[in-house]
Design a protein around this ligand. Structure first.
Ligand code: PEP
Length: 254
């Protein structure tokens, strides 16, 4: 049985006082949801709030591909570990598109995270154009194979994969549940060719315009183990509603 995971990606939004309020509201709303793991990924300067609220794990939104040294502006995996992070998002489509992160760079970041005991949340997904050209499996297969080539298949046992169709992120247009299920199913089958045990235990999230209203149907899909949430993670009521949907789906499935 895979424990569901709901992860809020706050991106570069908000200020410190608002972050404290949001965190307190989320913490109050999710207390008692035992079946689901709840994680928030605030911007780096707010990660110190992780010690303040119980019951919510913290993750970072990015990490350096290098261990340490003269890399102005970068933040290492060891530093994230020092401030109490459990997870780190790797290869979000905004990093790939806006900051030019290649599959090779993403793979190095993944390895750095694991070397420091962080759990990487590897984001994969196709653009609308790739989808229209029926390239979804090829693109996502390549994104995963690049990580396996550097870190090895066994490394996926201590990782999470987030399937985020690029066209669904921030668009208000989530994938239809059957389409959202098809890609995690493909990912699990791909990983099963390397290790059936790793594939069976690995958590795969869906991300892209998840809201409290569409979460129940998405989380009812057999290969979807929770969500990576962007916009709705900035609204405590919405985010708590999504966490509740994951918890209900988990209790129905157990
Ligand atoms: C994201 O950026 O990872 C994301 C899923 O965003 P949204 O929920 O706003 O689509």
């Amino acid at each position: 049985m895979r424990r569901p995971l709901v992860m809020g990606n706050w991106k570069m939004n908000g200020r410190l006082e608002g972050a404290k309020v949001l965190l307190a509201e989320v913490a109050a709303g999710v207390s008692g949801l035992n079946a689901t793991e709840v994680v928030v990924c605030p911007p780096f300067p707010f990660l110190h709030l992780g010690g303040v609220q119980g019951g919510i794990a913290f993750g970072a939104q990015n990490v350096a591909a290098e261990a340490e040294g003269a890399y102005t502006g970068e933040v290492s995996a060891a530093m994230l570990k020092d401030v109490g992070c459990k997870y780190v998002i790797i290869g979000h489509s905004e990093r790939r598109t806006l900051f030019g992160e290649s599959n090779a760079v993403v793979a190095r970041k993944f390895a750095q995270a694991q070397a420091q005991g962080l759990i990487p949340v590897l984001c994969v997904g196709e653009t609308a154009e790739e989808r229209d050209r029926a390239l979804t499996e090829e693109v996502i297969g390549g994104q995963i194979q690049a990580v396996v080539a550097v870190a090895g298949a066994a490394a996926l046992a201590d990782a999470v994969i987030a399937y985020e169709p690029v066209w669904a992120i921030g668009s208000g247009r989530a994938a239809a549940p059957a389409d959202a299920q098809a890609v995690p199913h493909f990912i699990r089958a791909l990983v099963a060719r390397l290790s059936a045990e790793v594939a069976a235990g690995m958590r795969i999230l869906y991300g892209g315009s998840v809201k409290a209203q569409n979460a129940p149907e998405l989380f009812a899909q057999p290969d979807i183990d929770g969500g990576l949430i962007g916009g709705a993670a900035l609204n405590a009521q919405e985010f708590v509603g999504i966490c509740r949907a994951a918890d209900t789906a988990a209790r129905k499935g157990s």
